[in-house]
Design a protein around this ligand. Structure first.
Ligand SMILES: [Zn+2]
Length: 455
């Protein structure tokens, strides 16, 4: 009993940390390291990328003291010790993942106008006239959407985290409409770089981006699309499952106890459907990047329980979903195995963690060269941890920042992403105006929480 109680306290505390997670280090966003590398024109306006001092104060109401490198994920027992058990040498050799931005990446066809998408995903039927795009590249990130506001904003301890760090389904749908109206177009992150092998390592080099005239590129990513237990209890969907048309949909046990699917419960099917209805919202079938940890499996399948009698079934189902996602223009990224802060943990811990990701997650999603830092953290290029991550095949590193920012440096593409969540909607309306206009996006369903939390 006591153990159980303790465990649930841990789960809540760590869930809060995770909620804080992806977006928390905005203040650490690099102001453009002067002359340190090749930045794209327009992406690096002086002063434009440095986070304003006030912004780090947008730190979530998380137990920030516990955001030390030792912060365990929601499953403290298994991450804290993080035994790199059975790193059996079948882990891919460094660089073997070669960072090929392939993976059926729509962008792999190099942006040539009229090139068929290699993934067979929808692409505009008529060859569009393209021009080189030289402006800033927006990269927005989300968490799994709130499908059941009555659970997310019920006034419990985690409600504040949900209000800060998540968006609801109606909010996301409005955003898509606004982005589309403003001529944004989904592009694959792989259309921004070309991977070459330099000194045996995958190395990301700038690539020209060509888009239909008048369109602006937009990259989407979704962090922690693992459907952790705390998410299931607090208003997210439970898993992604195959749908009858070959795509994926979201499945959940509703607050009313019903078990069913609904395409409107998650960003992935919503984006799939939106692109189907508006093919000119996606360049060459690009969708977004799905950033995965491993400590509670992937996409709602508990593939972390290697010894479970259900493992093979969970794995087979996950593989089916993953193949469908890949075929429809989604890419996969490492978000570390245990949601670790790469800046704070030791090199040894980062190695254990990465080995575990490569053992448990990479065999499912395939090799990826994209690393999305948890906690909006980042590792300095001179840090041995950076060389280590490079040696493991990563050449694209994404953090969090308040404005579009990217730089090609030391064989890598480093890119900031804007966090789109309750904090952003409430406090950054001006900054978000180029994306969403002045539309009132906040979902009234959030107010249930506000009442619940009034003290
Ligand atoms: Zn995260």
């Amino acid at each position: 009993m006591r153990a159980q109680a303790l465990r649930s306290v841990f789960a809540i505390a760590t869930a809060l940390v995770l909620l804080a997670g992806c977006a928390s280090n905005e203040g650490a966003s690099p102001s453009a390291p002067a002359g340190a590398g090749q930045t794209d024109a327009g992406t690096n306006a002086p002063g434009g990328t440095a986070a304003t001092p006030g912004e780090s104060a947008s730190q979530p109401g998380s137990p920030s003291g516990s955001e030390s490198g030792a912060t365990p994920p929601a499953n403290p027992g298994s991450d804290g010790q993080a035994e790199p058990s059975g790193n059996s040498g079948n882990a891919p050799s460094p660089g073997s993942s070669a960072g090929a931005p392939a993976e059926g990446a729509p962008g792999a066809s190099s942006g040539a106008p009229g090139t068929a998408s290699p993934s067979g995903s929808p692409s505009p039927s008529a060859p569009a006239e393209t021009v080189e795009y030289k402006g800033p590249v927006e990269h927005l990130f989300f968490h799994p959407l709130v499908a059941f506001p009555e659970l997310a904003f019920d006034g419990d301890r985690i409600s504040k985290g949900y209000d800060d760090w998540f968006v609801t389904v109606p909010e996301f749908k409005k955003m898509l409409e606004e982005l589309y109206k403003r001529d944004y177009m989904l592009v694959s992150i792989s259309s921004l770089y070309e991977t070459k092998t330099v000194d045996g390592l995958p190395s990301a080099e700038a690539k020209k981006l060509r888009l239909p005239a008048g369109k602006k590129p937009l990259i989407l990513s979704v962090d922690d699309i693992n459907y952790y237990d705390y998410m299931r209890q607090n208003g997210n969907a439970w898993k992604l499952v195959p749908d009858s048309d070959g795509s994926v949909t979201a499945w959940a046990r509703t607050p009313g106890g019903e078990e069913r699917t609904d395409r409107d419960w998650e960003l992935v099917p919503i984006v799939d459907d939106f692109v189907k209805a508006h093919p000119d919202f996606s360049w060459e079938g690009a969708k977004g990047v799905l950033a995965l940890t491993g400590y509670e499996g992937v996409f709602g399948y508990r593939t972390n329980e290697l010894d479970s009698p259900n493992y093979e079934k969970e794995k087979a189902e996950a593989l089916d979903v993953i193949a469908r996602l890949r075929d429809s223009g989604w890419l996969f990224a490492s978000h570390s195995w245990g949601h670790v802060d790469a800046n704070k943990v030791s090199l040894a811990r980062l190695k254990q963690d990465t080995e575990r990701w490569k053992k448990e997650v990479e065999p499912l999603v395939g090799p990826t060269d994209i690393f999305i830092y948890p906690y909006g953290s980042r590792v300095d290029d001179k840090d041995p941890k950076f060389a280590y991550l490079r040696s493991q095949g990563f050449d694209v590193f994404c953090s969090v920042g308040p404005a579009p920012y990217k730089i090609y440096r030391n064989g890598t593409l480093q890119m900031d992403r804007r966090h789109i969540d309750g904090v952003a909607l409430r406090t950054q309306a001006k900054r978000l105006e180029p994306l969403f206009g002045d539309a009132d996006l906040l979902d009234p369903a959030r107010d249930a929480k506000a009442e619940g939390l009034q003290q």
